[in-house]
Design a protein. Structure first.
Length: 322
């Protein structure tokens, strides 16, 4: 039987299971977005926990358990690898992982949701950062951070060096989308609508060194929606452009400060093709000399694949030490 590692991730937006081989090949996976009521901009933790509890048995039925040998389990236990990082939703996956570990008598490894995103980025990008030390940008509904990363045998050493001081990039997208009548999450709808944009409607970005803010742009975009000063398509494009401009400025500052020029960009917002192309054009310019790496759009959003691959890294480290 094929040896696989089970990855589990129960984030604030999606329930995910993944069986992956050591070589990175996925043999089975199942994931489901959490349901958000029409007009709402997110979920309370209690509702998200309930949905995870209901989703896991149904998703488990889609996995090919009997065809593979599970050698270990890895689960995201919290949002980020820092003290006091906690979110109740992750305890659902952690509880399942601990129970399965005992039942199957296999090792259990704990990681974080953020490290899972970085690993998914590295394992699905067309090319990985060449050096062990690189920058990662994690853009999602719950995180907008610039991270100094260093690969280690069992995962990553991560230091936050910049990021938002208020709203996250994904929050900005979802709030503007919902205000225009879209369903949550609004990212794919914003991207599709923005393709119809004409004209030069823009909103200013707010960047101070490696930190930035999206509350000012949000106010400007909401004002444009209420006054009708711009079409919805123009507002969608201005939202994309504001996030891209914000990142461009912050990352230029990072490079000027001597931080790595290799930059991996992950998280749900990073799936946006317009932002990808704009950042590549601006930051890979000969005057800047950055090199950008992007997660496969399919795995930019929350998923358990990166968690599974982190499990393999930990498993190999554990085997080498024993």
């Amino acid at each position: 039987m094929t040896k696989v590692l089970l990855g589990i991730d129960t984030s604030n937006y999606r329930t995910s299971l993944c069986l992956a081989r050591e070589d990175g090949r996925i043999v089975a996976e199942a994931k489901r977005l959490l349901k958000v009521k029409e007009g709402k901009r997110g979920l309370q933790q209690s509702e998200a926990v309930f949905q995870h509890v209901m989703n896991l048995p149904e998703l488990s039925e889609q996995m090919k358990w009997e065809e593979h040998e599970i050698v270990a389990i890895c689960v995201s236990e919290k949002p980020r690898p820092v003290d006091q990082s906690y979110m109740p939703v992750f305890k659902v996956g952690e509880g399942l992982a601990k129970s399965l570990s005992i039942y199957l008598q296999v090792p259990l490894y704990l990681t974080t949701h953020q490290e899972g995103h970085i690993a998914a980025g590295e394992y699905t990008a067309q090319e990985r950062p060449a050096e062990d030390r690189f920058l990662a940008v994690h853009l999602s509904g719950g995180t907008s951070e610039i991270l100094l990363c260093e690969r280690q045998a069992s995962g990553y050493a991560i230091e936050k060096v910049g990021g938002t001081i208020d709203l996250h990039a994904g929050q900005l997208v979802d709030r503007i989308g919902v205000a225009m009548g879209m369903s949550f999450p609004a990212g794919p709808q914003i991207e599709e609508l923005a393709k119809q944009a004409e004209g030069e409607f823009r909103v200013s970005s707010s960047v101070d060194g490696l930190t930035f803010s999206f509350s000012g742009p949000e106010a400007s975009l909401l004002r444009a929606i209420s006054t009708g000063d711009a079409t919805h398509a123009q507002i969608a494009r201005a939202t994309e452009q504001c996030i891209a401009n914000t990142l461009e400025k912050a990352l230029r500052h990072a490079i000027e400060q001597g931080l790595p020029r290799d930059i991996l960009i992950v998280g749900g917002v990073a799936a946006n093709q317009y932002m990808r192309e704009r950042l590549i054009k601006r930051l890979e310019h000969p005057a800047v000399k950055a090199k950008l790496y992007f997660c496969d759009p399919v795995y930019s959003g929350d998923n358990a694949y990166g968690v599974a691959m982190l499990g393999w890294m930990k498993q190999k480290t554990n085997n080498n030490q024993s």
